[in-house]
Design a protein around this ligand. Structure first.
Ligand code: CA
Ligand code: CA
Length: 422
């Protein structure tokens, strides 16, 4: 064989992995995102391999500024490891007028107070810096797109943006560390203020018909526990792993591995009724939530089906898993919770102004003891007020397979995550 034929065969092998995973579509019964086809209709010209940021942007349509509106059916095969930062550091994005030291001096609560958000030249310089970093690390995805990973596919330091798009599939990619170089200080957030970051690893905003399947999400080597503390609060450089906000709808999040992350999955970002009412319908099944601290998921408004997930909560900073927010209707069934000895089962559910939640068939295992059935709503109600009604008011029907909770740890270990996509 000539070398040209060999390289053509190699390219074909990349573009069309075994069983044609690249053209696979969501099962018509697989959760709220059922039937999502992504880029399955792509013609040969719109199937491309991406090995770096430039190839990724080229495959998504050619211009990161307009790719978000590019509706041509397309398949993007991510191969190997892509560094979305292209080795740029925070200093490369910093505006000449910005320095962290000056920012900390200007907005120290002892100087600035705690009643108003920062404003003025240094805050403006921070915003300009953040904009420059955002232009680098945000990767805009248009409608009718499949992104599928092969060969240890990984996107480091990037934030995949699905804004006002429909019909997108993301599978088989490991996403790590979309760190914000310029967290915002909000002294009015919570009792003591908070540092907040901009970038989710995958961000759905006004996105409909989306299938997020067999990916891995983490902070990589950049752990929150190693960040500094400023103004008495952790300097949080990470935001969500998979956030679903602003009227997003019909989403299935299946067989993903989420680990070592704080704010994992926010479904609905505001208590104010608006575009989210009647939307934010998401199915979350067969995922591993491995020592994520909160929001797995935290829900407002949506009917969210959470079944057959493995939750591991042994970290001392664990907060909660299921957040019942305003008008939320979480239906949690046959999930398996592995809790640390000092994590009460009452803490799995957290009150965020919701009124009701279904949590049935839950198994809780503490340490190496045998798992036991726990009524998580009753446990929450016994420990906390206000009580939640034990019924979400709806029953999911879009499910392909429901496993017994006792089998969930083994099934999820064998099937979840980017490297388990077959
Ligand atoms: Ca977010
Ligand atoms: Ca109570």
């Amino acid at each position: 064989m000539s070398s040209i034929v060999v390289s053509l065969l190699a390219a074909a092998a990349l573009v069309a992995p075994a069983h044609d995973v690249a053209r696979e579509t969501a099962d018509p019964r697989d959760g709220w995102g059922a039937g999502t086809t992504g880029g399955a209709a792509a013609d040969a010209e719109h199937v491309a391999v991406a090995r770096n940021r430039a190839e990724l942007i080229a495959a998504l349509g050619g211009d990161n500024a307009t790719n978000g509106q590019n509706a041509t059916p397309k398949i993007v095969v991510v191969s190997g490891r892509i560094d979305a930062t292209e080795h740029k550091t925070c200093a490369d994005h910093a505006d000449p007028e910005y320095s962290l030291d000056a920012f900390l001096a200007a907005y120290d609560p002892a100087v600035w107070g705690r009643t108003a958000k920062p404003s003025g030249p240094l805050e403006d310089a921070r915003v300009r810096s953040a904009r420059r970093q955002g232009d680098q690390i945000r990767i805009n995805v248009g409608p009718n797109t499949t992104i599928v990973g092969v060969r240890g596919a990984r996107i480091d330091g990037g934030s995949l943006i699905l804004t006002n798009v429909g019909n997108v599939i993301v599978r088989g990619v490991e996403f790590t560390d979309a760190a914000d170089c310029f967290p915002a200080w909000d002294p009015t957030d919570g009792a003591a203020g908070n540092w907040n970051s901009l970038y989710d690893l995958v961000s759905l905003s006004g996105a409909t018909n989306v299938w997020i399947d067999h990916n891995t999400f983490s902070d990589g080597d950049n752990h929150d526990s190693e960040q500094p503390v400023y103004f008495g609060r952790p300097y949080q450089v990470h935001d969500g792993a998979t956030d679903v906000i602003r009227g997003s709808d019909l989403v299935t999040v299946s067989y993903n591995d989420y680990y070592d992350h704080d704010k994992t999955m926010l479904i609905g970002s505001t208590d104010t009724p608006g575009v989210d009412v009647g939307k934010l319908r998401v199915t979350v099944h067969h995922n591993r939530f491995g020592n994520v601290l909160q929001r797995a998921p935290r829900v407002r408004f949506g009917q969210v089906d959470v079944y057959n997930n493995l939750f591991v909560a042994t970290d001392e900073d664990y907060q909660y898993s299921l957040g019942a927010g305003v008008e939320s209707a979480i239906y949690a069934e046959k999930n398996y919770f592995r809790l640390g000895a000092d994590v009460p089962a009452a803490d799995v559910i957290h009150y965020w102004k919701g009124t009701r939640i279904t949590a049935i068939g839950s198994l809780v295992q503490v340490g190496s003891r045998l798992p036991r059935p726990v009524d998580l709503v009753a446990a929450y109600n016994e420990a906390y007020d206000p009580d939640l009604l034990p019924g979400a008011g709806w029953t999911p029907v879009l499910r392909t397979r429901v496993d017994p909770a006792v089998a969930v740890p083994l099934i999820v270990a064998a099937t979840a995550g980017s490297r388990r996509l077959r």
